[in-house]
Design a protein around this ligand. Structure first.
Ligand code: SAM
Length: 221
């Protein structure tokens, strides 16, 4: 285990503990993602399968669901799990223990407590939990770029609902989760996130599916 935030854990990371982590995959990934945000889970699993490289950094890990699915047929992988909440890194590491796993407690808004270089860096469902405007959250890309290997890819997904049409279930989840602080994204727009990514990387593939921005980005500027 490396890294220490030393600071307060904001609400977007606070809810991940002994009671919530065991239900996260069912409630968030299998219900909220497809039915609230309009993205088939298989779309996201496919991105992981395609993009996880030899030395992989996962930021904001919760249960480590996508890595478990991606690595189930692989014999070897070098994985670094970074999260502001140590419950999450521990929980995910425990489920990935047959691989070479490093745990790091750190805030994506601060310089990362890991040095890399990493061939792939994933930020799935992370930015929409973090406080601030999209421009403020995007500092996480600057920190990621410092540990990205030449030729590496930074990829992720974040719910960017502002200005989009949500279904009634999505509206309910968005409102409730922004009220508790579990999500902090009511003002996040797809265009702001696209601008943040395109201003930092030469090679980008960015799309809006449902109300989720999905991206892969290579060759930092
Ligand atoms: C919604 S979960 C996403 C989990 C996983 N990536 C997935 O897609 O299923 C968000 C995770 O990000 C972590 N997190 C929230 N804010 C963070 C921050 N500023 N820095 C690092 N991790 C953070 C939370 O503790 C939680 O584990």
């Amino acid at each position: 285990m490396s890294g220490n935030t030393g600071g307060e854990i904001h609400a977007g990371a606070r809810y991940y503990g002994a009671l919530t982590l065991p239900i996260y995959d069912a409630a968030v990934l299998n219900i909220a993602v497809p039915f609230g945000w309009g993205v088939p889970l298989e779309t996201e699993r496919g991105m992981y399968r395609r993009l996880v490289g030899t030395r992989h950094l996962d930021i904001g890990v919760a249960t480590g669901y996508f890595l478990r699915k991606t690595l189930k047929d692989r014999q070897e992988a070098q994985i670094t799990l970074m999260d502001l909440n140590e419950n999450a890194t521990r929980y995910a590491a425990d489920r990935l223990k047959r691989f070479d796993v490093t745990q790091a407690v750190g805030d994506a808004l601060q310089p990362f407590p890991v040095s890399g270089p990493f061939d792939s860096i994933a930020m799935f469902h992370l930015l929409h939990c973090m406080p601030g405007t999209v421009a403020e959250k995007a500092v996480a890309f600057d920190h990621a770029i410092r540990v990205l290997a030449p030729g590496g890819v930074c990829f992720g997904a974040s719910v960017t609902p502002a200005g989009q049409r949500l279904n009634p279930f999505g509206r309910l989840v968005l409102k409730g989760s922004n009220r508790t602080g579990a999500l902090n994204n009511a003002q996040d727009t797809h265009d702001a996130l696209r601008t943040a990514i395109e201003s930092r990387f030469h090679d980008t593939k960015i799309e809006l599916q449902g109300v989720m921005t999905l991206w892969e980005a290579r060759r930092p500027r």
